[in-house]
Design a binder for this molecule. Structure first.
Ligand SMILES: [Zn+2]
Length: 274
């Protein structure tokens, strides 16, 4: 299968690469269903719930306080490094990721569209001011030392059941500038991807000659529509994914392997420094 993938990549010089959660599982980041930084077994938070319910915001940020500890220490794995190597060889027309972890950039990819935003940035819903998530984290810990202790208990197995916790006691910081609500700068369940970001991706897709999907089942329409557009343009699509994808019947090549394993040949054939 890897030989076929290598041939596919060799045949197409301008790849439109779309990546999803499967690319980051090797970095210890769980396979998020809803790309909002919450754990898989948690209910997805919708933008409407978040904006209208104080309890939802308290619960979201209390869980986020714990979840962020894992996200912020995650390091890129071989899948990210392989795609960065491919870009350095000038073969990536555009990398579009559904992940919010910033690990492609950490691995050295430059030409990245973060389709669903970035978890390391916080945005004020009122004045649009953006600030680092690390600052919010420090402030949440300062205001909620008891929740920060829960975090320590949760860390060893990377999971925690906070459902018995009284979220009403959680003190969520507001915007320093205007007192507005703060939200991670990621696209929530039921929220649209900003239009300029989508247009940028579609224009790159037009100039690409093939598509490579890495670690995404494309169950979310925001990613699936790129595969559909590629297929409508008559351009070939290859996918590396452990499970079924929504685009299976559009694929020229399907590689059922872990992303890092399937792409590792890109690292092995990297020219060595002399
Ligand atoms: Zn503000």
């Amino acid at each position: 299968m890897t030989t076929e993938l290598r041939e596919f990549i060799d045949r197409h010089e301008r790849l439109f690469v779309l990546t999803g959660a499967g690319c980051s599982t090797g970095s210890g980041i769980p396979d998020y269903r809803d790309a909002d930084g919450e754990w898989k077994r948690a209910q997805p938070v919708t933008l409407q719930d978040f904006v209208t319910s104080e309890h939802t915001r308290k619960r979201y940020w209390a869980r986020g306080l714990v979840g962020w500890q894992r996200l912020c220490v995650a390091q890129p794995n071989a899948a990210h490094r392989s795609l960065a190597a491919l870009e350095h060889r000038g073969r990536v027309e555009q990398l579009v990721t559904q992940n919010v972890d910033g690990l492609h950039q950490a691995a050295g990819s430059r030409n990245v569209i973060d389709l669903h935003g970035r978890a390391d940035v916080v945005r004020c819903l009122q004045c649009e001011r953006r600030s680092p998530r690390g600052e919010m984290q420090a402030e949440m810990i300062r205001r909620n030392p008891r929740f920060a202790e829960l975090d320590a208990l949760a860390a060893p197995d990377g999971d925690a059941d906070l459902d018995g916790v009284d979220f009403a006691a959680f003190d969520v910081p507001a915007c320093d500038t205007c007192g507005g609500q703060l939200k991670p700068d990621v696209v929530f369940f039921g929220e649209s991807v900003p239009r300029d970001r989508v247009q940028l991706a579609f224009s790159a897709l037009e100039s690409a000659d093939a598509m490579l999907i890495v670690g995404s089942s494309l169950m979310v329409l925001s990613g699936y529509r790129f595969a559909r557009a590629m297929a409508e343009a008559g351009k070939p699509i290859a996918a590396v994914n452990l499970g079924k994808t929504r685009a299976d019947d559009l694929l020229s090549l399907k590689v059922t392997q872990h992303c890092a394993d399937a792409l590792s040949f890109l690292l092995a054939s990297e020219p060595t420094a002399s």
